[in-house]
Design a binder for this molecule. Structure first.
Ligand code: APR
Ligand code: ZN
Length: 251
């Protein structure tokens, strides 16, 4: 299915980084399952009073689950699942990745065409003009200075619940969904909009859906193929099969 497709896109979620030691959000061991989902007013709180928001962020760093997540993110390295996707891209069998993850592990694994629809933990973003800057110090004691280019309010690039997806990220994600003729839906519960709706948009344009997930999701029933297993185990097999298949199909 992948070999006979001409525009394969991978759409990944927290599940692809579980084998890198980063817990997923939902499901038995999920962060939200264990600590409750954050309130959806984080973004409006930021807009109202960025200083107070950053002060709370700084205080919040003491919360055990935030410290757990931060340590996991700091220690994480790409796993064979991320590496397999980078190999598929190098082999010309994968055009791009749309990831909901903020951990940067796809880029660390060597993937070049990556859309971070929920932003990146390694960047700051001005909410008024959209400019992104690198985020050296991950947990700052006070709010970053106003945006150098427009004097606007600067927050971390990662998208908060209730925050609009930055326009260029949304556009690139929609373009990927509209151009794909085959989507690898990997390690996502596909519950958060708009990211969760992208596979169905691709499918409505005739794309095939291949799901890689350890458990059933809301999307499973409408996928053409379901590979029930860990991304770090399934994706290397998939990449191996594709390179073998391409080699034989070219003889
Ligand atoms: N391999 C493959 N899939 C896995 C693995 C694994 N090793 N471990 C867990 N999964 C699957 C789970 O079965 C689940 O379907 O990964 C999915 C993780 O789902 P979520 O925790 O909901 O993560 P995600 O879909 O990425 O969440 C989307 O929600 O909290 C927000 O912004 C946050 O980007 C996140 C968004
Ligand atoms: Zn600005």
């Amino acid at each position: 299915m992948i070999i006979s497709s001409s525009h394969v896109v991978a759409m990944t979620g927290a599940g692809i980084s579980v084998e890198s030691g980063i817990p997923a959000f939902r499901g038995r061991e999920g962060i939200w399952t264990r600590h409750g989902t954050p309130a959806a007013d984080g973004y409006s709180q930021f807009l109202e009073d960025p200083e107070a928001f950053w002060a709370r962020q700084h205080l919040g760093r003491a919360e055990p689950w935030i410290a757990e997540l931060r340590n996991a993110l700091d220690a994480a390295t790409p796993n064979p699942g991320h590496i397999a996707l980078a190999e598929l891209e190098r082999a010309g069998a994968l055009r791009s990745i749309v990831t909901q993850n903020i951990d940067g592990l796809h880029q660390d694994a060597g993937s070049r065409s990556v859309v971070e629809i929920h932003g990146s933990r390694y960047k700051l973003r001005c909410v008024d003009c959209g400019i992104r800057t690198p985020r050296e110090e991950l947990f700052m004691a006070q709010a970053p200075p106003p945006c150098e280019s427009c004097g606007g309010r600067v927050k971390f690039d990662s998208v908060l619940f209730g925050e609009p997806i930055p326009p260029e990220a949304l556009e690139a994600s929609m373009a990927a969904a509209n151009q794909a003729d085959c989507v690898l839906v990997i390690g996502t519960s596909a519950t958060v909009r708009p990211a969760g709706g992208l596979p169905r948009i691709a499918q409505s344009n005739g794309a095939k859906l291949i799901e890689v997930n350890t458990s059933e999701t809301a999307l499973s029933k409408s996928c053409d193929i379901v590979l029930r297993g860990k991304a770090a185990e399934v994706l290397p097999q998939l990449a191996g099969g594709v390179s073998l298949g391409r080699a034989t199909s070219w003889q």
